[in-house]
Design a protein around this ligand. Structure first.
Ligand code: UD1
Length: 420
């Protein structure tokens, strides 16, 4: 298993270009199953999760090609059952359920297990699909779903922690080919969900209320092919901004959509980071000391849970006490123990992490536990004095394209150590 070796303490300087959004592209690739026509998807990041999804689509019989950030998929002859082992490995693969049901009237997908950031239930996905007249059985770790004709209906998809991103995606995809009108209430409003909706519209779907909590989908008989460009990854942009601020660098972020992460920018400014917007770019500098800042993760347009760990790494450098409250996933503090190995002072009390910052971080060998936790450890390593080794960075490869190359382009001393 590869690791990163980071020699910290170097301020990041220069320009970085943000790639396509991982969380938008996964359901968009699955949406290609909804048509026999070829679909061309652009600005696709080269990530292990994307490669997994393409393998899954291939195992279902689709033809796929991935070249220079562009994927073409032709799902002319596909079957309802794929490679379960592959499907089991990637949580994002749950979003093939809706398209398979819409196209074949049946789907068998392995039940996603829990993961380190908490139990990952799919009751809302199933509730939504059942409302469209799907019969669902859970057997031996599999979801067995069948439907004679998907039929539109009104369904409320809000759960204990708010709306569900992939649940909304699944039901929206199924509803695009259902008979009649489907209304999703308490739909997720994340930009990635809107991006999927826009992609479906480009394929001939009829969806109203995109970006709002009420989506109205009028089913059509058929969808056609598309040529669609995915939105930039807001989480990648926020990660580079946190890294720039943590190292007191001077970085220009290109190709991002700052309106997609306004809540993060607001908190960064409160923490003393300077953000200058100029001609589609963001310049990130930090003129003085960081100030302690509290955040609470929330569904969009609140502070995203996917930036919580990176923000914690940054704010642990601020003298004073910051409170980080995680409201979306119950155990998403796996990075805390590792940040503490680097000298951070963090106490967890239920959904709150109390960060007493200001002593600086020092290098240590640390272990990545999930995707965004890994990014937090890399930020910590870049800011810390000395050599930090971040183990198990395969988590990072799931969601960041060429991260070490991009960081090296900003002057970071970071290298990949193979097979440790
Ligand atoms: C997506 C993102 C993930 C992000 C998360 C929240 C992808 C591939 N992943 O995951 O990076 O952290 O949104 O923004 O896009 N829940 C239920 N029942 C369900 C589904 C979810 O109770 O059927 C709960 C979850 O446990 C969690 C909350 O709802 O507490 C939000 O989860 P959800 O939005 O579904 O996350 P994902 O779509 O899996």
């Amino acid at each position: 298993m590869d690791s990163f070796l980071i020699e910290g303490g170097v301020p990041l300087r220069g320009d970085v270009i943000i790639g396509g959004s991982k969380n938008a592209v996964l359901p968009i690739l699955a949406a290609a199953l909804l048509t026999k026509d070829p679909c061309t998807i652009r600005r696709v990041p080269d990530l292990s999760d994307v490669r997994f999804m393409l393998e899954i689509l291939k195992s279902l019989g689709a033809e796929t090609r991935f070249e220079d950030g562009t994927v073409t998929i032709r799902a002319a002859k596909v079957k309802g059952f794929g490679d379960y082992e592959l499907i089991r490995k990637m949580r994002g693969s749950i979003c093939i359920l809706g398209p398979l049901l819409a196209r074949f009237g049946q789907a068998r997908v392995s039940l996603p297990g829990g993961c380190v950031i908490g139990t990952r239930p799919i009751d809302l996905h199933l509730k939504g699909l059942a409302a469209l007249k799907t019969k669902i059985k859970i057997e031996n770790g599999y979801i067995d779903a069948r439907v004679r004709r998907l039929t539109g209906s009104t369904v409320f998809l809000g759960g204990r922690a708010g709306p569900t991103v992939l649940g909304t995606a699944n039901v929206m995809m199924a509803a695009s080919l259902a008979k009649g009108i489907t209304v999703i209430e308490s739909a997720a409003c994340e930009p990635e969900v809107s991006d999927l909706a826009q992609c479906l519209v480009s394929m001939g779907a009829r969806i109203h209320g995109i970006g709002s909590p009420t989506l109205t989908i009028t089913g059509v008989e058929e969808l056609h092919g598309t040529d669609y460009e995915v939105i930039p990854d807001r989480i990648e942009a926020c990660t580079f901004i946190c890294a720039a601020a943590a190292t007191r660098g001077d970085v220009i972020i290109h190709g991002s959509r700052p309106e997609h992460f306004a809540a993060v920018l607001d908190k960064l400014i409160e923490a003393g980071v300077r953000i200058e917007r100029k001609a589609g770019t963001l310049r990130v500098t930090r003129p003085g000391r960081l100030k302690p800042t509290d955040i609470t993760t929330m569904p969009y347009a609140g502070f995203p849970t996917d930036v919580q760990a990176q923000f914690m790494a940054l704010i642990s450098l601020a003298p004073g006490t910051s409170v980080i409250t995680e409201r979306i996933f119950e155990s998403r503090f796996m990075h805390v123990a590792e940040l503490m190995r680097m000298g951070a002072d963090v106490a967890i009390e239920g959904p709150n992490a109390i960060v007493k910052g200001g002593r600086g971080l020092s290098a240590a060998p640390v272990m990545a536990s999930d995707l965004r936790a890994s990014a937090a450890l890399v930020i910590g390593g870049l800011a810390a004095r000395g050599k930090t080794q971040v183990h198990r960075i395969y988590h990072l490869d799931r969601g960041y394209e060429r991260m070490e190359e991009k960081l090296r382009g900003l002057g970071a001393r970071i290298s990949r150590v193979a097979g440790e």
